[in-house]
Design a protein around this ligand. Sequence first.
Ligand code: PLP
Ligand code: TYF
Length: 398
Amino acid sequence: SFEKVEQGPPDAILGVKTRFLADDSPESVNVSVGAYRDAQGKPLVLEVVRKAEKAILEDASRNKEYLGIAGDVKFRQATQEFCFGADAKSVKEGRVATVQALSGTGALRVGAEFLATHFAGTKVYIPNPTWGNHFKIFGNAGLETAKYTYLNPATRGLDFEGMMKDLEQAPAGSVVVLHVCAHNPTGVDPTAEQWQKIVDLLTERQLLPFFDSAYQGFASGDVDKDAYAVRLFESKGQQMMVAQSYSKNMGLYGERVGALNVVCPSAGACARVMSQLELVIRPMYSNPPRHGAAIAALILTDPKLREEWKVELKGIVDRILAMRKGLREAIEATGAPGDWSFITDQIGMFTFTGLSADQVASMEKNYHIYMPSNGRISVAGLTSDKLEHVAKAIRSVL
Ligand code: PLP
Ligand code: TYF
């Protein structure tokens, strides 16, 4: 009987939003979920997305037939180039197996299922801390997960030595999950020099990188610059997997647009991997949805739309940077002790404050400010009129 089914716990991040929605205080602030809000605190649909949608609706040659198992062909081609660059050797040589996926989460899940099927027993190394869903995605696929050192809590910077030491211990053939840029939740990325050392270590130790690319363009505003790590690995001839998401950089959250790329050593291996990815997908959801992928494909391939997207993306990144600066200054203005420069040093949409779970609970109870218990603030959810309130609340819980 379904009576025996037990109540499950709420999601660590999505559960916070539920509590926020139930709070009718005029002071309430939602800095929980990583979703961009405009200067008025409203969800944003990019102008370029509206334009692409309009063009799609008006194009009578389009229909609602099922896509193939691997998804929209034009999107798959465009997303490969977006990730690796048009000149990437692996793309030119037809060595990249790419399937459209249900955004980043779906891409990770399909990739995990593929690994579990063909490389059973593989251990997956995941940064500590990371996006909480990583452990469940790989774990539910039946893979063993392990943490590797990432953040140094004392400096709120990268513990690079700790990271390298842990990865040196990983058995050959293990998978290493790496955030391409704008690491969630820490906002801390390796430097170019450190990435060089990481690629050398992974090559030497025969470890397989599984990149999570949820924020390409969202870190620096420059989509090519943000792809640095992936393109570095690609240029070294590394085999790898990359899960891409267009949730943040195109603001397509609910459309579920993403892709899984598997860079193979040969075109033959690529064709075989492709066939196996399709065998993973077919019994799960048959084929992915059309609409969002058509939007993304049009924006990526139409030079005029692509240029407009660039400008809008820059606007988003600039607002986040302004909120970082504003939050730091507002906290410093309260006379709060300590060094708050990490807020403007960290990259992407989050700032990892180092606030304890108790302090976070107190912010919620006494100031109606909602964030996950790990102390991560979604800076993209802040607006100028809330900065002082948030800063004072932080000051008071210290
Ligand atoms: N990976 C990371 C690190 C994320 O932060 C997110 C979203 O917040 C995702 C993957 C997946 O998001 P989506 O499934 O919407 O693409
Ligand atoms: O804020 C975060 O880190 C994410 C956001 O289907 C998110 O958890 C929310 C819903 C979803 C994927 C990611």
